[in-house]
Write a protein that binds this ligand. Structure first.
Ligand code: GRF
Length: 193
């Protein structure tokens, strides 16, 4: 199964997926392309170093549908069957979601449905939560709202800052995303027969 990964920044989850595919931890898969909507995304160099094709498709003031159509075309051209969002900071248009039904997944650094959206760790700490975590989920047309594939929990500790909590969760994100993609690839392969 060909995987396309979308990033906007650092790309540590993308690296976790690329490295897991390369080491055989996600059997039957291949990362076909990494696409960023930002030319200065640090993750681009990390993907290129690993021998993965990279593309920059910037928004450039265009409408969301137009931008998304270009990304969808680039993914389809390369035979991508599973799209993984990894720190991709844009909401997908219905056109994009419908182009890959049940084949787009995302990772979010909270225990969804709690704390969708941005500034998650600040909000979790301000609310006095004693646990948080990450969620890998299917993407639909609403923000951080599709069916959950898996979650990992971490404690929120006294004295945590958004940065310390983010780092504790990120460690879990990398293995959670690999496990979720392995599960999804295996399930789709079985469904294909
Ligand atoms: C991660 O915390 C992810 O859950 C969120 O954005 C961050 C991306 O980090 N969606 P990275 O670019 O994968 O390092």
């Amino acid at each position: 199964m060909k995987i396309g990964i979308l990033i906007s920044g650092r790309g540590s989850n993308m690296v976790a997926l690329v490295d897991a595919v390369a080491s055989g931890e996600i059997p039957g898969s291949e990362v076909a392309v990494v696409i960023s909507d930002k030319a200065d995304a640090a993750g681009l160099a990390k993907a290129a170093e690993r021998g993965v094709e990279t593309l920059v498709i910037e928004r450039n003031g265009r409408k969301r549908e137009e931008h998304d159509s270009e990304i969808v075309a680039a993914l389809k051209d390369r035979g991508v069957e599973l799209v993984c969002l990894a720190g991709y900071m844009r909401l997908l248009s219905p056109l994009f979601v419908q182009a890959f039904p049940d084949r787009i997944i995302n990772i979010h650094p909270s225990l969804l449905p709690a704390y969708p959206g941005l500034n998650v760790h600040e909000r979790v700490i301000a609310a006095g939560e004693n646990r948080s975590g990450c969620t890998v989920h299917y993407v639909n047309e609403d923000l951080d709202a599709g069916p959950v594939i898996l979650q990992r929990e971490v404690p929120v500790l006294a004295g945590d800052t958004p940065e310390t909590l983010a780092a504790r969760i990120l460690e879990q994100e990398h293995s959670a995303y690999v496990d979720a993609v392995r599960e999804v690839v295996a399930a789709k392969a079985t469904a294909k027969g």
